[in-house]
Write a protein that binds this ligand. Structure first.
Ligand SMILES: *[C@@H]1O[C@H](CO)[C@@H](O)[C@H](O)[C@H]1NC(C)=O
Ligand SMILES: *[C@@H]1O[C@H](CO)[C@@H](O)[C@H](O)[C@H]1NC(C)=O
Length: 290
């Protein structure tokens, strides 16, 4: 038999949950939201499908085809575009914004975004033994955009003196870092015409720099020249092709000092061209607390 007390309790429970249900739901909503993919279309970081070509052995320079998919490219561009600001230049005489040497726009990309963390994980796996687990870090990704006339004059990505992270400066942890390598990934190239907006390495040479324009490959060599060309002032110039990336090693393996042959420039984008790319600068740490 159901007692009147039980009926009262039951109806109170029903009434209370009808009343409080929406409130509890609304309290939980932000947490439920954070459990769902923020892109709304259920992006899951896929296994990589890139292929690679070694351009130069010393210094090591590798061309990576299809490092990211078009969905990943456009998502990174959409994420970073509202964050863009005039690029700071680091590692030079002054860190002032608006330097003549670099006229592009840039933005640090939030590492907790699913696309950013996926690409950083892919980059970290590509680095393999270059980074020591527990000591080194993949670093923060940076979005960079060049529009008409914008360029980045010849520079290298390594610091002439290893640096202290702001966080370490605060806690007193004694370790220094430098950018051991670079992955420069083109995400978007709109109206970028032939011979503009390339990334130029004046000291880069093909693996076998024997003075002949083409290697033994013949037609295969022609195929490769879709992606880069020999620059009239020496070295190689790489075209801005969305999804493709360049990887190079900045520091000498033996002593950790910067390799001057990694000098490069982002050549000007002309007309109404827009080039958007992403930098990844993995950090190796030195010092007693590294
Ligand atoms: C590319 O050029 C076309 C034609 O001039 C123009 O309509 C379009 O807006 C340009 N795209 C960008 C991204 O500037
Ligand atoms: C580091 O090693 C490279 C390659 O052996 C050498 O060319 C360079 O001079 C060295 N740098 C220093 C500071 O010892």
């Amino acid at each position: 038999m159901t007692s009147p007390l039980q009926i009262l309790t039951l109806s109170l429970t029903v009434a209370l949950s009808a009343y409080f249900g929406p409130i509890i739901l609304s309290l939980l909503a932000p947490h439920i939201q954070s459990l769902l993919p923020s892109s709304g279309d259920g992006y899951q970081c896929p296994p990589h499908s890139y292929t690679t070509t070694i351009i130069s052995l010393d210094p090591l320079l590798i061309y990576i085809h299809n490092f990211v998919s078009s969905i990943e490219s456009s998502s990174l561009v959409t994420l970073g575009t509202p964050l863009l600001e005039p690029s700071p230049v680091t590692g030079y005489g002054s860190d002032a914004k608006g330097s003549q040497a670099r006229t592009s726009w840039s933005a640090p990309l939030p590492s907790d975004n699913e696309f950013v963390s996926c690409i950083l994980a892919r980059a970290e796996s590509f680095m393999g033994n270059l980074l020591l687990a527990g000591r080194d870090e993949i670093g923060q990704a940076q979005l960079v955009r060049y529009t008409e006339g914008q360029k980045f004059d010849l520079h290298h990505d390594w610091f002439s003196r290893p640096r202290l992270l702001d966080d370490d400066a605060e806690t007193g942890r004694r370790r220094l870092y430098n950018r051991v390598a670079t992955i420069f990934l083109t995400l978007e190239a709109k109206n970028v015409t032939e011979g503009t907006g390339e990334t130029w390495f004046p000291f880069a040479k093909r693996v076998w720099a024997d003075g002949t324009k083409k290697g033994a490959g013949g037609e295969e060599a022609d195929e490769k020249e879709k992606y880069w060309r020999e620059h009239e002032d020496g070295g190689l110039a790489f075209k801005a092709i969305p999804g493709n990336a360049l990887f190079w090693v900045n520091l000498f393996p033996g002593n950790g000092s910067g390799d001057g042959r990694t000098l490069h420039a982002g050549l000007p984008v002309k007309g109404n061209g827009v080039k958007t790319a992403m930098n990844i600068w993995p950090r190796v740490f030195f010092g007693p607390d590294a």
